[in-house]
Ligand binder design. Structure first.
Ligand code: IMP
Length: 202
Protein backbone atom coordinates (compact mmCIF):
# COMPACT_ATOMS: atom_id res chain seq x y z
CA UNK A 1 0.00 0.00 0.00
CA UNK A 2 1.87 3.07 -1.21
CA UNK A 3 -0.93 5.58 -0.76
CA UNK A 4 -0.14 8.39 1.68
CA UNK A 5 -2.15 8.31 4.91
CA UNK A 6 -3.04 11.67 6.44
CA UNK A 7 -3.30 11.99 10.21
CA UNK A 8 -6.23 14.12 11.35
CA UNK A 9 -4.76 15.39 14.62
CA UNK A 10 -3.13 18.49 15.98
CA UNK A 11 -1.90 17.02 19.30
CA UNK A 12 1.94 17.13 19.16
CA UNK A 13 2.35 14.35 21.76
CA UNK A 14 0.19 11.95 19.79
CA UNK A 15 1.77 12.91 16.48
CA UNK A 16 5.29 12.18 17.74
CA UNK A 17 4.13 8.74 18.85
CA UNK A 18 2.42 7.97 15.52
CA UNK A 19 5.55 8.88 13.58
CA UNK A 20 7.63 6.73 15.94
CA UNK A 21 5.20 3.84 15.45
CA UNK A 22 5.38 4.08 11.65
CA UNK A 23 9.18 4.47 11.64
CA UNK A 24 11.74 2.06 10.17
CA UNK A 25 11.82 -1.37 11.81
CA UNK A 26 8.73 -0.75 13.97
CA UNK A 27 6.08 -2.67 12.03
CA UNK A 28 5.99 -6.30 10.92
CA UNK A 29 3.98 -5.05 7.91
CA UNK A 30 5.40 -2.85 5.11
CA UNK A 31 6.14 0.73 6.23
CA UNK A 32 3.28 3.21 6.18
CA UNK A 33 3.63 6.58 4.51
CA UNK A 34 2.16 8.84 7.21
CA UNK A 35 1.84 12.61 6.87
CA UNK A 36 0.10 15.38 8.75
CA UNK A 37 -3.16 16.53 7.22
CA UNK A 38 -2.16 19.88 5.68
CA UNK A 39 -3.94 22.87 7.26
CA UNK A 40 -5.61 20.59 9.83
CA UNK A 41 -6.27 23.49 12.22
CA UNK A 42 -7.89 25.66 9.54
CA UNK A 43 -10.36 22.97 8.38
CA UNK A 44 -13.87 22.98 9.92
CA UNK A 45 -13.53 21.14 13.26
CA UNK A 46 -15.37 17.93 14.06
CA UNK A 47 -17.82 18.02 17.00
CA UNK A 48 -16.39 15.51 19.50
CA UNK A 49 -19.45 15.22 21.75
CA UNK A 50 -20.33 11.55 20.99
CA UNK A 51 -20.24 9.25 24.05
CA UNK A 52 -17.65 6.66 22.93
CA UNK A 53 -14.05 6.74 21.70
CA UNK A 54 -14.93 4.62 18.64
CA UNK A 55 -17.79 6.91 17.55
CA UNK A 56 -15.60 9.99 17.87
CA UNK A 57 -12.66 8.42 15.97
CA UNK A 58 -14.96 7.13 13.22
CA UNK A 59 -16.83 10.44 13.01
CA UNK A 60 -13.57 12.40 12.79
CA UNK A 61 -12.15 10.14 10.05
CA UNK A 62 -15.37 10.38 8.00
CA UNK A 63 -15.60 14.15 8.50
CA UNK A 64 -12.04 14.92 7.34
CA UNK A 65 -12.16 12.35 4.53
CA UNK A 66 -15.15 14.23 3.07
CA UNK A 67 -13.25 17.52 3.21
CA UNK A 68 -10.03 16.11 1.73
CA UNK A 69 -10.17 13.42 -0.94
CA UNK A 70 -7.50 11.25 0.68
CA UNK A 71 -7.00 8.35 3.06
CA UNK A 72 -7.51 9.73 6.58
CA UNK A 73 -6.46 8.19 9.89
CA UNK A 74 -8.18 9.70 12.94
CA UNK A 75 -7.85 8.78 16.58
CA UNK A 76 -9.66 9.39 19.80
CA UNK A 77 -8.07 8.44 23.07
CA UNK A 78 -8.35 9.08 26.76
CA UNK A 79 -7.98 7.85 30.30
CA UNK A 80 -10.71 5.82 32.04
CA UNK A 81 -10.89 5.45 35.83
CA UNK A 82 -13.60 2.86 36.61
CA UNK A 83 -13.88 4.03 40.26
CA UNK A 84 -14.81 7.51 38.94
CA UNK A 85 -17.57 6.07 36.77
CA UNK A 86 -15.23 6.11 33.74
CA UNK A 87 -14.07 9.75 34.01
CA UNK A 88 -12.24 11.56 32.48
CA UNK A 89 -13.03 9.21 29.54
CA UNK A 90 -13.96 10.83 26.24
CA UNK A 91 -13.55 14.22 27.95
CA UNK A 92 -9.88 13.59 28.85
CA UNK A 93 -8.55 16.42 26.67
CA UNK A 94 -10.96 18.96 28.21
CA UNK A 95 -11.06 17.71 31.82
CA UNK A 96 -10.97 20.70 34.16
CA UNK A 97 -11.89 23.10 31.33
CA UNK A 98 -10.55 23.78 27.84
CA UNK A 99 -7.81 26.11 29.09
CA UNK A 100 -6.41 23.87 31.84
CA UNK A 101 -2.83 22.64 31.43
CA UNK A 102 -1.92 18.94 31.56
CA UNK A 103 -0.41 19.53 35.02
CA UNK A 104 -3.70 21.08 36.20
CA UNK A 105 -5.72 18.15 34.80
CA UNK A 106 -3.42 15.71 36.58
CA UNK A 107 -3.77 17.66 39.85
CA UNK A 108 -7.53 17.63 39.51
CA UNK A 109 -7.62 13.88 38.98
CA UNK A 110 -5.23 13.27 41.91
CA UNK A 111 -7.45 15.45 44.12
CA UNK A 112 -10.58 13.55 43.11
CA UNK A 113 -8.82 10.25 43.85
CA UNK A 114 -7.07 11.28 47.09
CA UNK A 115 -9.15 8.89 49.21
CA UNK A 116 -8.95 6.00 46.73
CA UNK A 117 -6.79 2.98 47.60
CA UNK A 118 -5.88 -0.38 46.08
CA UNK A 119 -8.10 -1.43 43.18
CA UNK A 120 -9.86 1.94 43.19
CA UNK A 121 -6.68 3.42 41.68
CA UNK A 122 -6.88 1.16 38.63
CA UNK A 123 -7.15 2.99 35.30
CA UNK A 124 -6.71 2.34 31.64
CA UNK A 125 -6.01 4.32 28.51
CA UNK A 126 -8.12 3.68 25.41
CA UNK A 127 -7.23 4.47 21.81
CA UNK A 128 -9.72 4.15 18.97
CA UNK A 129 -8.35 4.53 15.44
CA UNK A 130 -10.46 4.91 12.32
CA UNK A 131 -9.46 4.88 8.68
CA UNK A 132 -11.71 6.43 6.03
CA UNK A 133 -11.59 7.54 2.42
CA UNK A 134 -14.07 9.93 0.76
CA UNK A 135 -16.77 9.51 3.43
CA UNK A 136 -16.53 5.73 3.73
CA UNK A 137 -15.10 3.95 6.77
CA UNK A 138 -12.52 1.29 5.96
CA UNK A 139 -11.51 0.07 9.42
CA UNK A 140 -11.97 0.89 13.10
CA UNK A 141 -9.87 -0.61 15.89
CA UNK A 142 -9.77 -0.03 19.65
CA UNK A 143 -7.09 -1.01 22.17
CA UNK A 144 -6.37 -0.36 25.84
CA UNK A 145 -3.40 -0.22 28.21
CA UNK A 146 -3.89 -0.98 31.89
CA UNK A 147 -2.21 0.70 34.85
CA UNK A 148 -2.76 2.58 38.12
CA UNK A 149 -2.95 6.23 39.07
CA UNK A 150 -0.10 7.26 41.38
CA UNK A 151 -0.47 9.73 44.28
CA UNK A 152 1.97 12.22 42.68
CA UNK A 153 3.41 12.72 39.17
CA UNK A 154 6.68 11.00 38.14
CA UNK A 155 8.74 11.47 34.97
CA UNK A 156 9.11 14.14 32.30
CA UNK A 157 8.54 12.30 29.03
CA UNK A 158 5.29 11.78 27.11
CA UNK A 159 2.27 14.04 27.46
CA UNK A 160 -1.12 14.41 29.14
CA UNK A 161 -1.75 11.94 31.98
CA UNK A 162 1.52 10.02 31.43
CA UNK A 163 3.24 11.25 34.66
CA UNK A 164 0.50 9.81 36.89
CA UNK A 165 -0.09 6.56 34.91
CA UNK A 166 1.97 3.78 36.53
CA UNK A 167 2.74 0.39 34.99
CA UNK A 168 3.47 -2.04 37.83
CA UNK A 169 5.29 -4.63 35.65
CA UNK A 170 7.87 -1.98 34.68
CA UNK A 171 7.77 -0.03 37.96
CA UNK A 172 7.61 3.12 35.82
CA UNK A 173 5.05 5.67 34.71
CA UNK A 174 4.40 6.26 31.02
CA UNK A 175 6.31 9.54 31.50
CA UNK A 176 9.42 7.67 32.72
CA UNK A 177 9.49 5.19 29.83
CA UNK A 178 11.39 6.10 26.64
CA UNK A 179 8.88 6.59 23.80
CA UNK A 180 9.81 3.31 22.08
CA UNK A 181 9.00 1.40 25.29
CA UNK A 182 5.77 3.30 25.86
CA UNK A 183 4.80 2.50 22.26
CA UNK A 184 5.29 -1.22 22.92
CA UNK A 185 2.81 -1.14 25.81
CA UNK A 186 0.48 1.71 25.00
CA UNK A 187 -3.12 1.78 23.83
CA UNK A 188 -1.95 3.82 20.78
CA UNK A 189 0.84 1.37 19.93
CA UNK A 190 -1.43 -1.67 20.14
CA UNK A 191 -4.19 -0.02 18.09
CA UNK A 192 -1.73 1.26 15.48
CA UNK A 193 -0.11 -2.14 14.94
CA UNK A 194 -3.57 -3.69 14.47
CA UNK A 195 -4.55 -0.92 12.04
CA UNK A 196 -1.30 -1.43 10.08
CA UNK A 197 -2.42 -4.99 9.35
CA UNK A 198 -5.72 -3.73 7.92
CA UNK A 199 -3.87 -1.14 5.86
CA UNK A 200 -1.43 -3.65 4.43
CA UNK A 201 -4.43 -5.69 3.19
CA UNK A 202 -6.06 -2.76 1.31
P1 IMP B 1 -8.30 13.54 22.08
O1 IMP B 1 -8.08 12.13 21.59
O2 IMP B 1 -7.73 14.55 21.18
O3 IMP B 1 -9.71 13.79 22.51
O4 IMP B 1 -7.41 13.72 23.39
C1 IMP B 1 -7.13 12.68 24.22
C2 IMP B 1 -6.60 13.18 25.56
O5 IMP B 1 -6.45 12.00 26.38
C3 IMP B 1 -5.22 13.80 25.49
O6 IMP B 1 -5.28 15.19 25.37
C4 IMP B 1 -4.63 13.38 26.83
O7 IMP B 1 -5.09 14.24 27.84
C5 IMP B 1 -5.25 12.02 27.08
N1 IMP B 1 -4.40 10.96 26.52
C6 IMP B 1 -4.65 10.16 25.43
N2 IMP B 1 -3.62 9.32 25.21
C7 IMP B 1 -2.71 9.61 26.15
C8 IMP B 1 -1.41 9.10 26.41
O8 IMP B 1 -0.86 8.22 25.71
N3 IMP B 1 -0.78 9.63 27.47
C9 IMP B 1 -1.32 10.61 28.25
N4 IMP B 1 -2.51 11.15 28.03
C10 IMP B 1 -3.20 10.65 26.98
Amino acid sequence: MNEKIFLASGNPGKLAEFFGLAGPGELPTPRLDLALLPDFSSLPAFDESAPTFAEIAAGKALHYSRLVGALILADDSGLVVPALGGRPGVRSARYGGPDATSAERNERLLREMRNFAGGERRAYFVCALALARRGRAIAIVTARADGEILHAPRGARGFGYDPIFYVRDRDQTFAELPMEQKNQLSHRGKAFRRMAQFISAI
